[in-house]
Design a protein around this ligand. Structure first.
Ligand SMILES: [Fe+2]
Ligand SMILES: [Fe+2]
Length: 420
C-alpha cells in the first residue's frame, strides 16, 4: 500500500504541474459565449442540459468519495483538484445554455432545485472499484462531448464547439490519470483488479441516472442523435478501455470461470439484483466530423500551443538522493534538488505533542501589522468585501469598547484599593 501511495502522490505532482503550466483555461473569458447560436436546435440544448445535469452532481461525488479516500494524500488531493476542473465543465455548459437563450436564469434555478432534491450515492463500496468506475465514466464523458460537437458544428455554434473541445481535453486527461492508476494496481494485484474492472463494467451506469428527472427521455434523445447510447458505450468506451488495459483475454477467462462456478453465478445474480443495469435504446453513430469545423478559439489554440513537446527530463530517477533521503515528487517535477542546510530546521507538526493546544483562535498571532495588512488585503479581494469590511469595523469597535471598559474597571479597582 505504501508503494501505491507513493505512486499516486508522484503522479499527482506531475498532473498538477502540467495542469498549471499547460492546461488551465478560464470558463468566464476563454469561451466566446457571444457566438452561441440562438437558432440552434432544441435537441442540441437538451443534450447539453442532460450533460450539465450529470456534471451538477459534483458535490455528491466529490464529498462522498473524498470521505472514502481521505487517508490517501495522492488520491484525495487529486480528487479536490479534479472537482475544481469538473466544476468548470458544468459552469461552462450552463453558461452556453444561458448565452444561447435556450434557458433562462429562472429555468436553470428550477433545474438546480429539482436536481438537489435527490442525492447521488457512490455506486461501489471499494476505492479501487471507484477508480475503475471513474476511469470508464471519464472516457464515456469524453466521447459524449466529442459526439455532441458533431451536432454543434452542423448547427454552427462556435461557442459550444470551443467549450466542448476544451472540456474534452480535460476529460481525456482525467481518463488517462485514472487508467494509469488502474494499471499500477494491476501490477500489484492483477487478479483482484481485473475482477473489480469486470464487476464495474457489468453494473456501469452514468451518474445521475436515477436522480435526474426525466432521465429516460433525455437518454433516448442522446441515443437517437448518436451522441451516446449502448452502441457508443461498447464501441467507444468498453472495448477501448479493455484494449488500453490489454484485458480482452483475462475477461474471457473470468467469464468462462463464472459460467462453471455455481458460487460465482449466485454472487452475480445477487449483485444484479442490487444494482440496476444501463438500459438505453441505441442508434447508429454518425461520422465524426472533427477537424472540418469552422473554428477559432483562443482557449483551444492556447491548449494546443501548450501541448507542443518541450524539453523535459527523460531519465529514470533513483528513489533517493545521494545522501539516502527519499526524493521529492514535487521537486522532481520542478526539476531541482533540495538545498542542503547547515543549521537545524525544526518541524512544529512532527514535534507536536497532542492535547496541548491553546484554546483561542490564535488571535495574538494576527496582531502584527503585516498580518493585519494581509488579512485586510484578503478581505478586500474576497467576493464579500463589503461584509468583511463591516465585520472588521465591528471588531475594532468591540476592541475599543473592551479597552474602555478595562480602563474603567482598572480605575475603579485602583480607587477601591486606595480606599482600603
Ligand atoms: Fe466533466
Ligand atoms: Fe472528467
Amino acid at each position: 500500500m505504501a508503494r501505491m501511495e507513493d505512486f499516486f502522490y508522484r503522479e499527482l505532482m506531475k498532473y498538477l504541474a502540467l495542469a498549471e503550466q499547460k492546461r488551465r483555461w478560464n470558463p468566464f473569458t476563454d469561451i466566446p459565449y457571444s457566438l452561441a447560436n440562438p437558432n440552434s436546435s432544441q435537441t442540441l440544448a437538451q443534450c447539453v442540459e442532460t450533460f450539465c445535469a450529470v456534471e451538477m452532481y459534483l458535490p455528491d461525488f466529490t464529498s462522498k468519495l473524498l470521505q472514502m479516500i481521505r487517508r490517501s494524500r495522492g488520491r484525495s488531493w487529486f480528487h479536490v483538484n479534479w472537482g475544481y476542473e469538473e466544476s468548470k465543465h458544468s459552469m461552462t455548459l450552463e453558461g452556453w445554455l444561458l448565452a444561447s437563450g435556450h434557458r433562462t436564469e429562472e429555468e436553470r434555478e428550477t433545474v438546480q432545485n429539482a436536481l438537489s432534491n435527490f442525492e447521488w450515492e457512490l455506486p461501489y463500496e471499494h476505492p479501487r472499484q471507484m477508480v475503475c468506475y471513474t476511469m470508464i465514466q471519464e472516457l464515456a464523458t469524453f466521447w459524449n462531448y466529442r459526439n455532441l460537437e458533431t451536432i454543434a458544428a452542423k448547427e454552427k455554434d462556435i461557442a459550444l464547439i470551443t467549450a466542448l473541445r476544451v472540456i474534452s481535453v480535460d476529460e481525456r486527461v482525467h481518463y488517462n490519470f485514472f487508467r494509469n492508476m488502474v494499471k499500477e494496481w494491476m501490477k500489484w494485484d492483477e487478479e483482484g483488479t481485473i475482477y473489480d474492472i469486470k464487476y464495474v463494467f457489468d453494473h456501469f451506469s452514468m451518474p445521475g441516472r436515477t436522480q435526474i428527472p426525466g432521465y429516460d427521455e433525455a437518454a433516448r434523445v442522446l441515443a437517437k442523435t448518436g451522441v451516446y447510447g449502448p452502441r457508443e458505450y461498447i464501441k467507444l468506451v468498453k472495448n477501448p478501455v479493455l484494449e488500453d488495459l490489454k484485458l480482452d483475454k483475462d475477461f474471457q477467462r473470468i467469464e468462462s470461470e463464472e459460467e462453471r462456478t455455481q458460487k460465482e453465478a449466485a454472487l452475480k445474480a445477487a449483485l444484479e439484483d442490487s444494482v440496476e443495469r444501463i438500459d438505453i435504446n441505441g442508434h447508429a453513430v454518425p461520422k465524426n466530423e472533427t477537424g472540418r469545423h469552422p473554428f477559432n478559439s483562443h482557449a483551444v489554440s492556447q491548449v494546443q500551443e501548450n501541448l507542443k513537446p518541450k524539453r523535459g527530463r527523460k531519465v529514470e530517477l533513483p528513489p533517493t538522493y545521494p545522501n539516502g533521503l527519499k526524493r521529492s515528487a514535487f521537486l522532481d517535477v520542478v526539476d531541482i534538488e533540495p538545498h542542503r542546510r547547515t543549521g537545524p530546521s525544526r518541524s512544529i507538526i512532527l514535534d507536536h505533542v497532542p492535547d496541548k493546544l491553546s484554546g483561542s483562535r490564535g488571535m495574538e498571532l494576527m496582531d502584527s501589522p503585516v498580518n493585519q495588512q494581509l488579512l485586510a488585503m484578503g478581505d478586500e479581494l474576497s467576493n464579500n468585501a463589503e461584509e468583511m469590511r463591516q465585520e472588521r469595523a465591528q471588531i475594532r469597535e468591540e476592541q475599543t469598547a473592551t479597552r474602555r471598559t478595562r480602563v474603567k474597571n482598572n480605575r475603579l479597582f485602583r480607587k477601591h484599593e486606595d480606599g482600603k
